[in-house]
Design a protein around this ligand. Sequence first.
Ligand SMILES: C[S@@+](CC[C@H](N)C(=O)[O-])C[C@H]1O[C@@H](n2cnc3c(N)ncnc32)[C@H](O)[C@@H]1O
Length: 216
Amino acid sequence: MANRQDDSRFWDRIARKYAADKIADEAGYERTILRCQEYLTVTDKALEFGCGTGTTALRLAPFLSSLIASDISGEMIAIAQEKQARDAQATTTGTLTFVKSSFECLSYPDESFDVVMGFSAVHMLHNLEGGPAKVHRFLKPGGLFISKTPCLGDMNPLILVALPIMKLFGKAPNVLTFTSRQLQSAITASGFEIIEVAHHASKGKDTRPFIVARRL
Ligand SMILES: C[S@@+](CC[C@H](N)C(=O)[O-])C[C@H]1O[C@@H](n2cnc3c(N)ncnc32)[C@H](O)[C@@H]1O
């Protein structure tokens, strides 16, 4: 069983470096942003979990009525808040709130949100089944769950050998291993209808499916 108390410490430690790193595939990222924007409406109340340094939240907040962007790491949230304060156009003021919380500790009344999003985040959760089930509770009927996350089970198996060793040396976080198929099954089993599965990468094998699911 992974030691989950390490999670926030790992991300706190690497947060400044993570913020300084360039997005690996800019074209793929822009495709994802655009596709998300097409699903959002300005009356939507949204939640993002595992928001990291807030890059995506800052891009999507102007398309929403409100966005609560959360992350387990206080350092990540501090950087996100710094970026928000620097946001010259202040387009997100009043719309976007950054909150330090693990997904597992988030607590909102049932049916609070129109949209719940997680980017490179579902594989960080404590178990695969608990993720979509909790998202389902948070969403209004007909609400959308938008995810784009690495499916390690579809990657080169050598990664699965390397990960525990890297983790031992503090170079990798706790992660869940699942295939895209297993992720989609977990989502549908939690009471969703999958309405889109797409691949946005502009290069290489894409093992991070963009999935949009509607709460039934
Ligand atoms: C790979 S980063 C992705 C960050 C951001 N969404 C992005 O796309 O750049 C994963 C993020 O999930 C956060 N995280 C890890 N475990 C988490 C958990 N159980 N609940 C909420 N956030 C978590 C980490 O602090 C980190 O910021």
